[in-house]
Design a protein around this ligand. Structure first.
Ligand SMILES: [Zn+2]
Length: 287
């Protein structure tokens, strides 16, 4: 049986509460191993697959994540809807710690990450004008409201390389450019989900004001950790609310056919090894 809903937990979100009939599986992909074993189970009556993005115990830096393996592993289980959760910093006064954002846009400011499944003789260019699935965003936003959170809909997430946080100069530039929140993981996750034709949405949970805020120095690590813990509880409830509804809806967004007009290479020119390695993504179009 295929599992249609995937959940990726961020910092502090290493297990999915409420999951029953739990089964843990190790998945190998053509791109190596995911961050950890995938946890399969039933949540709100639905089959789901959960993956802690940084691994259990958080051994992985954002730059060390094998996002290709993570997304490919979820795709191989049949995942069509992916809810990702991330701890982020706020670049706007009105987006406060312990509040949530369901962003609409993504600005990739990372420097050294592999952000495509393709290459090796196969050129594919997917549309990323809307990097988050608009339909799934709507579900997630409603689910966050139902969980009693203060949630902002829309806005732009800038993804930085890390692992160090921004300098004050960088933070101020990002604010001038109009970005709303800053994190280290949505790129290339969103891009790869699109290439895998998976609907992707992100629950961004605010832990702090990055470092631009004049009172930032007054914020202690303890306060940030308290915010993180509070966010994790509320984000788990939000995810449960979203899962309860998602799979009942027919999939009408364009994410499901993202590769339809995106494959530039003539089928006869695709090297057999590349074709074979990516059969999970390509069979629908090239079989
Ligand atoms: Zn979609």
């Amino acid at each position: 049986m295929s599992i249609k809903i995937g959940i990726i937990g961020g910092s502090g979100f290493y297990q999915m509460d409420g999951l029953t009939d739990i089964k843990e599986i190790e998945v190998e992909t053509p791109f190596g191993k995911p961050s950890d074993a995938l946890i399969l189970g039933t949540l709100e009556g639905k089959q789901v697959a959960f993956l802690p993005r940084h691994g259990i115990g958080h051994p992985l830096l954002p730059s060390e994540l094998n996002a290709r393996a993570n997304i490919y592993a979820l795709k191989s289980l049949g995942v069509e809807y992916l809810i990702a959760v991330s701890a982020v910093g706020s670049l706007k006064q009105e987006i406060e710690p312990r509040q949530f954002v369901v962003p609409e846009q993504l600005y990739d400011h990372t420097k050294d990450r592999n952000s495509t499944f393709f290459g090796d003789g196969l050129a594919v260019h997917v549309s990323l004008a809307h990097p988050f699935c608009p339909h799934l965003n709507e579900f997630l936003h409603t689910a966050a409201l139902e969980a009693g959170t203060t949630v902002h809909r829309g806005g732009t997430y800038i993804c930085m390389e890390g692992p160090a946080f921004s300098t004050r100069a960088e933070s101020q530039v990002y604010r001038h450019l109009g970005f709303d929140i800053i994190g280290m993981t949505a790129a290339p996750e969103a891009k790869l989900a699109r290439e895998a034709e998976i609907c992707y949405t992100l629950l961004a949970c605010i832990t702090d004001y990055d470092c631009w805020h004049p009172e930032h120095d007054a914020v202690t690590t303890d306060m940030i950790l308290d915010n993180l813990r509070a966010n994790v509880e509320a984000s788990k409830q939000t995810v449960r609310n979203a899962v309860a509804k998602i799979a009942d809806v027919p999939r009408t967004c364009s994410c499901a056919n993202a590769l339809e007009n995106a494959i530039a290479t003539h089928p006869d020119k695709i090297p057999p090894t590349t074709r074979h390695r990516l059969s999970l993504l390509l069979d629908k179009y090239l079989a």
